[in-house]
Design a protein around this ligand. Structure first.
Ligand SMILES: O=P(O)(O)OC[C@H]1O[C@H](OP(=O)(O)OP(=O)(O)O)[C@H](O)[C@@H]1O
Ligand SMILES: Nc1ncnc2[nH]cnc12
Length: 181
């Protein structure tokens, strides 16, 4: 892996202390998106990693998953499937509830978005607890398709999502690690 590229990508991500609440170090990818060189490099690294894996569809969860999943799908010339918060998708959906720090939320996917032949890659900006990706993976299973893996720009190793996803059998590729919560 080209470590200079990874250092450059990491350097464009800003950290905002105490957002959205006291004690959280918010890793902000909007500053990466504002830098076309870093944004392109990020998509290029994902493309190189996944180009020969037989992936048939990319899934990204609303909202930040769209920002990296959609350009990667275009680069790979395969469909992008949005996974959305409840009530946003107009056709019939599968739903999956997942646990947040306070309470629960739901993610949905169109029931006709995947077929049992699909080999799916889940893409997101950041891996914290892994709850979002486990819920997305459960939606893929409901549709009868296979999860090939999950890709992230940022992993927060101190939160433990990587171990959780690997224990669920989800192979992960993370470009950068940021210590702390
Ligand atoms: O590993 P987890 O603990 O699930 O956390 C990571 C998720 O949290 C953030 O999304 P958020 O739910 O804040 O929604 P947003 O993309 O709409 O900002 C982030 O974009 C990931 O999807
Ligand atoms: N520390 C963090 N920074 C940005 N997004 C997050 N989502 C969950 N934890 C986060």
């Amino acid at each position: 892996m080209p470590s200079q590229s990874l250092d450059y990508i990491k350097s464009t991500i800003k950290t905002i202390p105490n957002y959205p609440k006291e004690g959280i170090l918010f890793r902000d990818i909007t500053s990466l998106l504002e830098n076309p060189e870093a944004y392109q490099l990020t998509i290029d690294l994902f493309f190189e990693h996944y180009k020969n894996r037989g992936i048939t569809k990319i899934l990204g969860a609303e909202a930040r998953g769209f920002l990296f999943g959609a350009p990667l799908a275009l680069a790979l010339k395969i469909p992008f499937i949005p996974v959305r918060k409840p009530g946003k998708l107009p056709r019939e959906t599968f739903s999956e509830e997942y646990v947040l720090e306070y309470g629960t939320d739901k993610l949905e996917i169109h029931t006709d978005a995947l077929t049992p032949e699909d080999k799916v890659l889940i893409v997101d900006d950041l891996l914290a607890t892994g709850g979002t990706v486990v819920a997305t993976s459960n939606l893929v299973k409901k549709a009868g398709a296979e999860v090939v893996g999950a890709a992230f720009v940022i992993n927060l190793p101190d939160i433990g999502g990587l171990a959780r996803l690997e224990s669920e059998g989800i192979d992960c590729y993370c470009l950068t690690d940021f210590e702390g919560h």
